[in-house]
Ligand binder design. Structure first.
Ligand code: HEC
Length: 139
């Protein structure tokens, strides 16, 4: 008789404990499903790092990558990075990089300089604008 009572009490205790645990679990699940605060939109520097830096440095000290260094590119004559071997079309590119040229270039490089070998296109105007703003900061 006594044993049964004890067992009953134990069972009750465990049920309570289990119930509490699953309640905690439920709370945690809810927290996990709550929408996270919106991530900060990437700035120009981050975009450059993600989208250009595999091929371009933003200084003149790091070894040159697949593309020429973009240090002070705004206001620089096209195709004039020291020691970089550009594709043939650059020989006829007689202009200085400004906002408009850069915007067109990032939209579609081959339309600005036929035969350009830069494998990159950015369809979003706001992303291009942020990257160009960052490039200006290098001046
Ligand atoms: C997959 C590699 C690659 C990526 C990614 C890339 N580029 Fe290029 N870029 C090149 C190459 C290669 C050239 C030289 C093109 C040629 O010779 O035809 C170039 C040339 C350029 C030039 C002309 C430079 C000059 O001296 O006239 C600019 C400006 C430029 N890239 C900007 C950018 C920007 C800004 C980004 C990122 C949004 C970017 N590129 C992403 C490979 C890349």
């Amino acid at each position: 008789m006594y044993m049964t009572k004890l067992r009953a009490r134990w069972t009750a205790k465990w049920t309570l404990a289990l119930g509490f645990c699953s309640a905690m679990f439920a709370v945690q699940m809810t927290a996990a499903q709550m929408p996270l605060p919106a991530a900060k939109p990437p700035d120009g520097a981050t975009l450059f790092k993600q989208q250009c830096a595999t091929c371009h440095t933003s200084n003149t000290s790091d070894p040159v990558r697949q593309g020429p260094s973009l240090y002070k590119i705004v206001g620089r004559h096209a195709g004039k990075a020291d020691g970089f071997k550009y594709s043939a079309g650059f020989a006829n590119a007689d202009f200085v990089w400004d906002d408009t040229r850069l915007d067109a270039w990032l939209t579609n490089p081959q339309q600005v300089i036929p035969g350009a070998v830069m494998a990159y296109r950015q369809a979003k105007p706001e992303t291009r604008a942020m990257i160009i703003a960052y490039l200006k900061e290098l001046n």
